[in-house]
Ligand binder design. Structure first.
Ligand code: ZN
Length: 159
């Protein structure tokens, strides 16, 4: 991506640099539109970019093929490049497991909407890796709920 000074100006008018401090420095909160998963959205050359991809590429250059942009701060709407890093699917899954452990201590569960969404995306043929990334949950969590959704479908067929 090539960004002009105008693109940057347009971008940064939508950023609040005084977000919550999570990993030692404040998050840069995206005040523009966000998608249903909380990621900032920015129109660039007739398409919607994830806002954090914009600052990632501005700071570090092009994201290598097959890599994901991961948030160290866990705030999907954060565009602070120092809170972002490139990671592989495997790292993302491991990060997820580590965070999942923390989350299970807090007894965080998927909402019924998230569970339905997993079933819906799975039925639509969306790869589980992508489902996990979109819902910001572990691959293992997706696997469990996708299988349950399938089983309940099978049970419905029998009736
Ligand atoms: Zn952040």
């Amino acid at each position: 991506m090539k960004f002009s000074a105008l693109d940057m100006e347009r971008f940064f008018t939508k950023v609040d640099f005084n977000g919550p401090t999570t990993v030692g420095t404040p998050c840069w909160s995206w005040e523009g539109s966000r998608n249903e998963y909380g990621y900032g959205q920015f129109w660039f050359e007739d398409r919607i970019l994830r806002a954090h991809h914009f600052t990632f590429e501005m700071a570090y250059g092009k994201l290598p093929e097959g890599m994901l942009v991961m948030h160290r701060c866990d705030n999907p709407w954060c565009v602070n490049p120092t809170h972002l890093r490139a990671g592989t699917d495997k790292e993302n899954a491991e990060d997820c497991v580590a965070k999942g452990r923390a989350a299970s201590r807090k007894k965080r569960k998927l909402t019924p909407e998230q569970r339905r969404e997993i079933g819906r995306l799975e039925a639509a043929g969306v790869p589980r890796r992508e489902i996990a990334h979109r819902l910001n949950v572990c691959g293992k969590t997706v696997r469990v709920w996708a299988n349950r959704a399938k089983e309940s479908e099978k049970a419905d067929d029998k009736d």
